[in-house]
Design a protein around this ligand. Structure first.
Ligand code: S3P
Length: 168
């Protein structure tokens, strides 16, 4: 049974873009957890947060992690907060290689600002220091990954190549 490849990492590190490239090159199915949750709930992640709050989103995320952990051979782009619940990580790593994408705080800041409004945890007017603070708070959680891959200064294709080499 082929293990899943699970991309974790902070918002704006390129999990979805890189994940779909890795999947395409390995001819595997790609699952973006947030998009899958949106499809099932019938609302965007922002709407789920706004209407029902973060707790509801986290519970959908937990169910999704449980469901995907039972499958094999997938490339999964997890939401940045999947690491907050140790049960998610336990489940996903049972049948998955966990790869954490990293980026310099400044790159994250610019990337997330380009897609304003799609990330409910990033309040309007958040500055670089706020991002650095959030990153620091999650640092030890992201460090649990089997591999760490830096994305700063690299194209999604380059990062995908690195990941494919790692898992081979
Ligand atoms: C979150 C990251 C988001 C999304 C939700 C919460 C987080 O996913 O799941 O807004 O807690 O870091 P991306 O990492 O794809 O932006």
């Amino acid at each position: 049974m082929e293990k899943n490849i699970v991309l974790i990492g902070f918002m704006g590190t390129g999990k979805s873009t890189v994940g779909s490239k890795v999947a395409g090159r390995l001819k595997r199915k790609f699952v973006d957890m947030d998009r899958e949750i949106e499809r099932i709930v019938g609302m965007t992640v922002s709407e789920i947060f706004k209407r029902y709050g973060e707790i509801r989103f986290r519970s959908e995320e937990k169910l999704m992690a449980q469901k995907l952990a039972r499958e094999a051979g997938l490339v999964i782009a997890a939401g940045g907060g999947v690491v907050l619940d140790p049960v998610n990580m336990e489940r996903l790593s049972q049948n998955g290689i966990i790869i954490c994408l990293k980026a310099a705080p400044n790159d994250i800041y610019h990337r997330v600002n380009r897609k304003k409004g799609t990330r409910p945890l990033l309040r309007k007017g958040m500055d670089l220091e706020d991002i650095e603070e959030m990153l620091k708070a999650r640092e030890s959680l992201y460090a649990q990954a089997d591999y760490q891959v830096s994305t700063s200064g690299k194209s999604p294709e380059q990062v995908a190549t690195e990941i494919i080499k790692l898992i081979n």
